[in-house]
Design a protein around this ligand. Structure first.
Ligand code: PBG
Length: 427
């Protein structure tokens, strides 16, 4: 897509594109450097000369400058192409005098080069975080409601998918585990099992790709027999502080395995500060916290819950996730998360909540993340499969719009597909 600018440093990361460094090493006097657009630079202390390889390529081809100038002065003006005739309008076009406009914004949109020059927002594979579903199995299992997404076998499929993403410059992932039912309990204790699926997968990935940025999800729902993000009391109340205690243990277990960024997505009060303190107490001062600051009780999470079999067994998540009707409330969460030491603030879902992304962008100097969630992904995929929309263009536009609204990074199931487009690797 011509209108998408990309960061060439991030694109092609990890592939065989080699830039040879041509420095000022005193290798040879009068050493020819191919491609250097210099004539002859003398560097006194090193007694070293750099010559352009195309020396002599700009040969004299005719008259001297003086002769050319004299010819023009004498009236012998050389020929140049004529201005092309004005293109014809179709027959029947009304003849009107031009509107007296001082400003015609269309002037700056006239050609691809002008549009490229004035493009305000850009997107690069480095802005994308790739959410990956993992399970204990050996095979990759397709997720019905999310065409193109799989529950990846943590030992093989996961590693291969990460390699594909890194190939197009997407070097950040976030892991979501499908936990066997037999390991789910009402207190979600499997969440902090040091040998659980997520810590094991982190260790494997860090062993293979030490520079991969691994985000983790901190919440109890994949481990909870109730399918809730917190511990559920007999009367259905989600217990806040007790849940936070569990989340701290979960975050520490993930950090111990090598996670770079732990991401509490549970919406309990006070969890960012508590997790920060727990990480610091265990010597993980360098591990970042990406807080799901404004996470709404959204119906757009449906396909994700199918993927992980994490639907709440009863009720809904409205006592902890935010009311989709609320805007100002996102500011309350922002203030708390900032004060408690969050490193990144996240808004979720993405596209239907662009106003909230902009609110956080304008209210906080912290990096802002947007989560283009499963329902958003599935709608674009479905529209594409049914040939109702151009999937690739809608995908790229939706990501660009999230950036324009103020997101620094975007969590998206399209990360690999979009990375390929950004690297010109359409397939
Ligand atoms: C739960 C969690 C959810 C998602 C990420 N973490 C779902 C939920 O709150 O029920 C949703 C992501 C998506 O829909 O893509 N901790």
């Amino acid at each position: 897509m011509a209108s998408l600018m990309l960061n060439s440093v991030n694109c092609n990361a990890g592939r065989a594109l080699k830039f040879e460094y041509v420095g000022l090493r005193p290798v040879k006097v009068h050493h020819n450097i191919v491609g250097a657009n210099l004539n002859s630079i003398k560097i006194a202390p090193l007694k070293l000369t750099i010559r352009a390889a195309d020396d002599g390529a700009r040969k004299k081809i005719g008259l001297s400058d003086e002769e050319c100038e004299a010819a023009v002065v004498a009236g012998n003006v050389p020929e140049a192409p004529l201005v092309p005739p004005k293109p014809l309008a179709p027959a029947g076009t009304p003849v009107v005098s031009p509107l007296p406009l001082k400003r015609r914004p269309r002037r700056n949109r006239r050609t691809p080069a002008l549009r490229g020059a004035f493009q305000e927002t850009n997107i690069s594979p480095a802005n994308l975080v790739y959410p990956l579903f993992i399970h204990e199995g050996e095979e990759d299992t397709p997720i019905g409601a999310m065409p193109g997404c799989y529950r990846l076998g943590w030992r093989h499929g996961l590693v291969e998918e990460v390699a594909r993403a890194r190939d197009v410059g997407v070097n950040s992932i976030v892991l979501f585990p499908k936990v066997p039912d037999a390991l789910k309990t009402s207190t979600g204790d499997e969440a902090y099992n040091k040998n659980g699926l997520v810590p094991r997968a982190i260790r494997l990935l860090k062993d293979k790709y030490p520079d991969l940025i691994i985000y983790t999800d901190v919440a109890l729902d994949p481990y909870s027999s109730d399918g809730h993000d917190g511990i559920v009391r007999e009367d259905g109340v989600i217990m806040n502080d007790e849940t936070v205690h569990q989340l701290c243990k979960q975050a520490v277990a993930q950090a111990q395995a090598g996670a770079d960024v732990v991401s509490p997505s549970d919406m309990m009060d006070g969890r960012v500060g508590a997790i920060r303190a727990a990480l610091d107490a265990e010597g993980f001062e360098h591990v970042s916290i990406m807080s799901y600051t404004a996470k709404y009780a959204s119906s757009f999470y449906g396909p994700f819950r199918e993927a992980l079999d994490s639907n709440p067994r009863f009720g809904d998540k409205k006592t902890y996730q935010m009311n989709p009707a609320n805007y100002r409330e996102a500011l309350i969460e922002t203030r708390e998360d900032e004060a408690e030491g969050a490193d990144i603030l996240l808004v979720k879902p993405g596209l239907p909540y662009l106003d909230v992304i902009r609110l956080l962008r304008d209210s906080s100097p912290l990096p802002i993340a947007a989560y283009q969630v499963s329902g958003e992904y599935s709608m674009i995929k479905a529209g594409g499969v049914l040939k109702m929309i151009d999937e690739e263009r809608v995908m790229m536009e939706s990501l660009m719009c999230l950036r324009r609204a103020g997101a620094d990074i975007i969590l998206t199931y399209f990360a690999l597909q979009a990375g390929r487009v950004l690297c010109g690797e359409k397939r």
